[in-house]
Design a binder for this molecule. Structure first.
Ligand SMILES: Cc1cc2nc3c(=O)[nH]c(=O)nc-3n(C[C@H](O)[C@H](O)[C@H](O)COP(=O)(O)O)c2cc1C
Length: 194
């Protein structure tokens, strides 16, 4: 799977961050199992530059490159802390700036952290519809963790790590399928061209 771009986005606006730790845990497992290098984008750093553009046409420099990298990624790992029963405003602003055409069938792992289990369905009721609008392929297993699932800002719960593993299996299976389909299409084009 050469030339594959895998990006994690942490929608947390603070550091240290449990959300960033969770996204990083997913990226670490993807790297360990696939050998593909991944990239982490932290909105705690990038959001101030993204908020400098209120519309896509006003994006410049780093902020523009970051939005384009997200649009072009083959797989995204999205994480957000729950803020007021939803994702953060910083994450929403980022996805208000992307071009929706780049997202069709893009596999996405959804993750979130919160202060309470009561908001554990934020991945289903808030994140999944957002990426559904973009026609992305959100994977079935989502990961939601609370404070007691972490130790020193690292995921320590075996239940959460099991879910991370399941989500990574789904993502790598999907990437493999999409890779095989594009290789088949290439072969057919080559045959047709003689
Ligand atoms: C402004 C704000 C709003 C929050 N709203 C909620 C909420 O509605 N439900 C919830 O379970 N936790 C809520 N929390 C707690 C955070 O979601 C939780 O501490 C999260 O793990 C923080 O992630 P971070 O370490 O990545 O910043 C809120 C925290 C802040 C600062």
């Amino acid at each position: 799977m050469a030339g594959i771009s895998i990006i994690g986005v942490s929608g947390s606006v603070t550091r240290p961050s449990r959300t960033t730790a969770l996204v990083q845990a997913v990226l670490d497992r993807i790297e360990a199992r696939s050998g593909i290098a991944t990239r982490l984008i932290e909105l705690v750093d990038s959001a101030p530059r993204l908020f400098g553009a209120l519309t896509r046409d006003k994006l410049v420099g780093d902020a523009r490159a970051l939005v384009q990298a997200i649009e072009q990624a083959d797989l995204l790992v999205i994480g957000t802390p729950v803020y007021r029963a939803s994702y953060t405003g910083a994450l929403k602003h980022l996805f208000d700036l992307v071009h929706h055409a780049g997202f069709a069938s893009k596999p996405i792992i959804l993750t979130a952290t919160g202060g309470s289990h009561l908001h554990g369905l934020v991945t289903e009721h808030q994140l999944r519809p957002l990426f559904g609008f973009l026609n992305a392929l959100t994977l079935p297993t989502t990961v939601y963790a609370v404070e007691t699932d972490f130790l020193d800002y690292r995921v320590s719960s075996s239940k959460i790590l099991d879910r991370v593993e399941r989500a990574v299996t789904e993502a790598l299976t999907q990437l493999g399928r999409q890779g095989a389909e594009s290789a088949e299409q290439e072969d057919r084009r080559a045959l047709a061209a003689g």
